[in-house]
Design a protein around this ligand. Sequence first.
Ligand code: PLP
Length: 402
Amino acid sequence: MQQTHNSLFIPGPTNMPDRVRSAINKALQDHRAPDMPQFTRPLLNDLKQVFKTENGRVFIFPGSGTGGWEAAITNTLSPGDKVLASVFGQFSYLWVDLCQRHKLDVQAVEAPWGEGVPLNAYREILLADKAHEIKAVLVCHNETATGVTSNIASVRELLDQIKHPALLFVDGVSSIASIDFRMDEWGVDVAVSGSQKGFMLPAGLAIVGVSTKAIAANETAQCSRCYFDFADMIKTNNEGFFPYTPAMTLLHGLRESLDMIFEEGLENVFVRHNRMASAVRAAIEAWGLSLCAKRPELYSDTTSAICVPEGFNGNDVAKLAYQKYNLSLGLGLSKVAGKVFRIGHLGSLNELMVLQCLAGVEMTLSDIGISISLGTGVAAAQQHFQKTSQPIVLKEKFNAAM
Ligand code: PLP
């Protein structure tokens, strides 16, 4: 049979709901038309609810998460500025690399992959920085390469405790709109996201939340920037427009995805992600396998990186799943290449979709010779779903027809 449907369980891009797909399928329109602000203003405003910011603002740049990283640093810092960062996976590493290429003086603390933000090392370094030379502290909220979620509130607490004035920048590319994120409460100055994960859209938008402190820093920051300049964005957004041609179709998709998130309820979206992730974790445990994330408090509700036993290659698992079952799983990246494969469980996802993925993973693991019993992971996930489901009252009409 010709394969048409690829079961997409990578941690982004995620499944695009039909509603979003239809919303994108629009005739192109004039982005400088007089009624454009009626579309733009509520869109930008509603994004603030997802970032949980009242004081800050959210920008939408054509781009991807990487563009959002670049926007964060070039708008707020100057070449030679000291920044504190940490590397515990491929994405936290790449952000550091981007900072270095922009000639920032990066102190990057290395932590084992599978750990989260190294808070003790951050404390030591920030305490020693009596002259407050460190201008920004970077944290990857959800390290997609290892399936680790770090505690951003604890970083804010640390900065407040020692009264360090550094800006706090957070990579929320694979957390925002899927895992609870509180920009104002956690005192985040720049929060970076992208369209292709929790927002259930194609890649193409860098969505960036910015505090008033970060906007003030923009006035003196000397890093070169043009396309991603906050000042240009503010000027035109204030009028309800964009400084250049926006990705109109994606913006319509974003409108629909926000409507869907609000209809479900943002907090319910987080609960659903936790429920899907917990079912995946139940399956992993039933298979006798372990996560790359070292401790339960680090487990990510959007991505599970699953260690394969000695003698097996995680990338072979992903390859076989794709070739035999048309199931896309995430590869192990960089330091954990071969050691893990990943299941992305974020975005538009329900119980049966997760069970389908787990059934495919089980068959693949068994095909490859990893010793698991078929059905055990699926059963563990089913049990989790049953245990945690809301009671449903059958509708009368349906009963009558039976
Ligand atoms: N940060 C994290 C945590 C990611 O997972 C990714 C991509 O997967 C990025 C940044 C880079 O985003 P993009 O690929 O959209 O540029």
